[in-house]
Design a protein around this ligand. Structure first.
Ligand SMILES: [Zn+2]
Ligand SMILES: [Zn+2]
Length: 345
């Protein structure tokens, strides 16, 4: 059995055959901090877009989900997960997902690594899942400062806010390169995509709008505890546009299949913001990535399988769809599966 974080394998028991994918956003703001819509409006927006769960994560503020009226008239498969964006000094922000109560951001004057460690420890004290947000925001945090943090196993690979430089900036590598750096150093990190939405009235790329980044979590039950447990196991993937039908890992293979119907529908969304490049090749590409960020295998198509030889430090899969944009520009949209670790027990 390939072993993600905490040694548990991906769910393989009989109940797993009844598991389904749940779509969720782990990072959203409301009027309780610097979002521009009340919680009830934000919740309704996500509900109407077909999401199954969201966390309202205001800066150093907790909204009790019990106080927010859920739409829920037509669909029962929608929940709120209690959350907070623990917002410390040096623009280091950490989502506390499914926390039991308010998490204090701690001393904001400490060094980067100490601020982050405080966040992680405090979120864990409140029984939550810590997720390092937008590592390239503002002065950013380097992989070297993330790697010294203990008990942190999740980061935001994609964040929909226009000011976070997911694809890198001067002095900061793309977040995906930082992720591979951490994995190559032997740290077990899983990656989420989130919206970090603040603006719910006007929609254009320069606004922090919802609908740009999300996770798809495979679980038999939709509850805050079961969603977070599935994420800790690695039973999820991050997306900013691609929907997968199959993500399967066993001793011999890592297999990924795109849900073409759902992806085509998803790609019609006016909210998506992909990676804009000047060079590209239109269509789907599935890449299996290993130590050092090296591409181990790539397939142009909608399904692919990688034969594990057992010596790989880790293997993860990046699925991309490239489409032409105006002025000879290309836009890349992705799904990123979590790494598996064949070489580690
Ligand atoms: Zn933030
Ligand atoms: Zn935020």
């Amino acid at each position: 059995m390939l072993s993600p974080i905490n040694g548990q394998g991906r769910t393989k028991n009989k109940a797993a055959s009844f598991a389904r994918w749940y779509k969720g956003n782990t990072h959203t703001h409301t009027l309780a901090s610097d979002g521009n819509a009340p919680a009830s409006y934000v919740v309704k927006w996500y509900y109407n877009q077909g999401y199954n769960f969201i966390a309202l994560t205001d800066h150093n503020k907790i909204i009790n989900p019990d106080t927010v009226k859920l739409p829920g008239k037509l669909r029962k498969d929608f929940i709120l997960i209690r959350g907070e964006e623990v917002s410390g000094g040096k623009s280091i922000h950490t989502t506390g997902l499914n926390v039991t109560g308010y998490v204090d951001p701690g001393d904001k004057t400490l060094a980067n690594a100490a601020i982050l460690q405080n966040h992680v420890d405090s979120v864990l004290t409140h029984s939550g899942l810590p997720i390092l947000n937008h590592p390239n925001f503002s002065k950013g945090i380097h992989a070297s400062n993330i790697s010294t943090t203990s008990k942190l196993h999740m980061l935001e690979l994609f964040n929909g806010h226009p000011g976070v430089y997911n694809w890198g900036k001067e002095g900061h590598a793309p977040v995906e390169v930082k992720w591979d750096s951490l994995l190559t150093q032997g740290h077990r990190f899983f990656a989420v995509a989130s919206d970090d939405a603040h603006h719910y009235d006007q929609f254009y790329p320069e606004k922090a709008n919802p609908g740009r980044g999300w996770v798809m979590v495979k679980s038999t039950v939709l509850s805050p505890d079961s969603i977070v447990a599935a994420m800790v196991r690695g039973d999820f993937y991050a997306s900013n546009g691609i929907i997968l039908k199959t993500v399967e890992a066993n001793q011999n293979n890592l297999t990924v299949e795109i849900d073409l119907v759902a992806t085509k529908e998803q790609l019609k969304s006016p909210y998506l913001t992909g990676n804009i490049t000047t060079e590209g090749k239109s269509g789907f590409l599935i890449e299996f990535i290993g130590s050092g960020g090296k591409v181990l295998k790539k397939t142009e198509g909608t399904s692919a399988s990688y034969a594990v030889n057992g010596s790989e430090q880790y293997i993860r899969c990046r699925v991309s769809y490239c489409r032409k944009r105006a002025e000879n520009k290309f836009e890349y949209l992705y799904a990123w599966t979590q790494p598996v670790f064949p070489g580690q027990k």
